[in-house]
Design a binder for this molecule. Structure first.
Ligand SMILES: [Zn+2]
Length: 406
């Protein structure tokens, strides 16, 4: 159900969207949004409809000089251009910074360290200080023990107030700190913000064990920017005044694909846009006093689904299998990547962690086999490191091409 405020904003957005060539064609039968029911009759918008025609969504009054472009990373092979006006971007940035200020009094020019491959690609530098923004860049595509030793020393010297990272890199770094028994007090961090990937409980537990309860989760997308931000109770709150959150294709456990309407982008309207993330929506009260809807991001994106002879699974099951082994055997699997080489065959690349034994790999295979159809071949392959080629770590790759059955 929508609030009156959401409906009012949705009506306005719907009218504005009629100014774009894309929506004019799509909503030919939708004259006007009168009530809640009309809103839910708007057809769901898919990524596939937009790709290659992104600029057709722009509403006619946009000003070319006033527009910001973002590019989705295209992990599924299809990149997309997204647009905001400068004013809209500033509004969204303001909302995000409000959270950071509330959680740990973080301000835009405070010293920040971050895991990012940006300067490693641009300058070939593993560690790079950007003095304009007061940011210390550490390359998450270089994560050997030696690299991490250098990072730790650089952090102790720089003393950042906060840190941003994808969970996968910070998880590796936390394990390193734990193993080497380093003292994080020497860094003096006041807040950590993870973003860009789903945060798994096994990662959260280790990161908090090492750094304390200063971890916050920023959940968003390039298309919409920040969609939800966690509070000190660990609940991921949405912004009810800025977005409408819905689920479609809901399973028996209440998990569905997240569909959002962005109420603060009139430049490039997204109405009932299917982001594809697997989410549960909870709306119970939270001790922090924020009444906005709570999102539980439980699984990988729909795009990370894989198929075995008509059976559909999501790559998130591999995460849960690995985390089960790691919680039992003290993080003996340092890193992993799964490649579906054929419909019935998977290769698992494993970087051995401290205390790894062959038995752990065998148990992992057994665990995965118990979750997928029978007759599947899984091979383990031990590697020294797994190359990370971008900002996000790719846990799962498909080398098999299924025919498009739509
Ligand atoms: Zn809360």
């Amino acid at each position: 159900m929508l609030s009156d405020n959401q409906l009012l904003k949705a009506k306005k957005l719907f009218e504005i969207s009629k100014n774009s060539t894309f929506y004019r064609g799509k909503y030919i039968n939708y004259e006007e949004l009168k009530d809640y029911e009309d809103f839910f009759k708007i057809p769901i918008l898919s990524k596939d409809e937009i790709i290659g025609r992104e600029h057709h969504l722009l509403t006619k009054d946009y000003n070319q000089n006033n527009i910001i472009e973002d590019y989705t990373s295209g992990t599924t092979g299809k990149a997309m251009t997204c647009y905001h006006s400068i004013k809209e971007r500033n509004y969204k940035a303001y909302k995000l910074w409000k959270n950071r200020r509330k959680n740990a009094n973080i301000l835009p020019l405070d010293k920040r360290a971050l895991f990012s491959p940006y300067y490693a690609f641009l300058e070939g530098e593993k560690i790079f200080f950007d003095d304009e923004d007061n940011d210390l860049y550490l390359s998450n595509i270089n994560m050997t023990d030696e690299d991490m030793k250098d990072y730790f020393n650089a952090l102790v010297e720089f003393k950042p107030k906060w840190f941003t990272s994808v969970p996968s890199a910070l998880y590796l770094f936390s394990n390193y700190i734990l193993r080497e028994k380093l003292n994080v007090e020497e860094i003096g961090l006041e807040m950590i913000e993870v973003n860009g990937e789903m945060l798994f409980d096994y990662q959260k537990n280790i990161i908090e064990e090492v750094f304390g309860k200063i971890l916050f989760n920023h959940y968003g997308s390039r298309e919409t920017w920040c969609l939800a931000y966690s509070c000190k109770y660990g609940n991921l709150h949405g912004y009810d005044e800025d977005f409408i959150y819905e689920l479609i294709n809901i399973d028996t456990e209440g998990i569905g694909e997240l569909v959002v309407t962005d109420l603060c982008n009139n430049t490039w309207p997204l109405l009932r846009y299917n982001l594809g993330d697997k989410v549960k929506l909870l709306s119970h009260d939270c001790g922090c006093g924020n009444n906005s809807i709570i999102l539980d991001v439980v699984g990988g994106r729909k795009q990370e689904d894989f198929e075995i002879d008509g059976w559909i699974g999501n790559s998130v099951i591999f995460h849960y299998s690995v985390s089960r082994i790691n919680s039992e055997f003290g993080h003996s699997i340092k890193q992993y990547q799964i490649i579906q080489q054929a419909s019935n065959s998977f290769l698992i690349n494993i970087v051995k962690g401290h205390g790894y034994q062959t038995l752990h790999g065998e148990l992992l295979v057994k665990e995965i086999l118990s979750k997928i159809p029978i007759g599947i071949n899984i091979m383990l392959n031990y590697v020294k490191e797994i190359e990370n080629t971008g900002n996000k770590f790719i846990y799962f790759k498909k080398e098999v091409n299924h025919n498009d059955k739509r």
